[in-house]
Design a protein around this ligand. Sequence first.
Ligand code: MG
Ligand code: MG
Ligand code: MG
Length: 307
Amino acid sequence: MLYVVGHKNPDTDSICSAIVLAYFLDGVPARLGDLNPETQLVLRRFGVMEPELIRSAEGKEIFLVDHSEKSQTLDDLERGKLVGILDHHKIGITTVEPIVYLAKPVGSTATIIGELYFKNGLDIIGGENKELKPDLAGLLLSAIISDTVLFRSPTTTDLDKKIGEKLAEIAGIEDIQAYGMELLKAKSTVSKMKPEEIVELDYKEYNFNGRKVGIGQVEVIDIGEIQEKKEEIFRILQEKLKEGYDLILFLITDIMRGGSEVLVVGNREAFERAFNVKLEGNSVYLEGVMSRKKQVVPPLERYYKGL
Ligand code: MG
Ligand code: MG
Ligand code: MG
């Protein structure tokens, strides 16, 4: 059986892309963790069931979406048969056998699925161009909106907007901006969440030249919602650092202002050098920084690799 699965700590792109790609590939959509509130809202809105939770790749054919980092996927991936990857991040994996691999530097994995569909090209990755029903189009649109922060993130491309509009038409969503704001609000309902939940919400682990680095992110419309929880979040990060990390960053992204306050725990020098900033306290505001994959991971990896 073919399982289509996104990364650990699944976000809306990982879940929705897995569901829609599984439909085109005749596979089973799967997930590696609990859904966040935004993704729950999306599935409820379009009446789609949540994917099956899997813990092992053993005996399964696996198609990865929205990631290719070893640290973000099934722990025992090598026990299954990896057949393909569809992604919009940097290449994080090497394989021992040839696989289908398609990645593009666009705003979301859902954008690539949409492009394949509209160009009648699902066969290129081993699928079939079956009709995209309104509910599934709605999922893809939601994933694009979520990953691009309603087309505000610097990862946004013209293709994301173009595909988004076509998907909205099929999904019957007339006002993308209004629907997008609804989603962003769900994304940033941190006021009701415990600090430990906020830390884990969108946390990713990386291996940079043998060093373990963690980068978490929360995107908020109202920065005040998280203000009084910052100290507790910092304390949780310090505790987490003991799990063999060299550095942990936590981005509090202010969607409206278009930048991120970065909490820094561990190797402060690595952070200062990678970003060419001086840390006064435990955090610094980086103007214009909204994207982990495009603006945070690259300078860090360059630093750790001595490039
Ligand atoms: Mg993702
Ligand atoms: Mg994504
Ligand atoms: Mg994201």
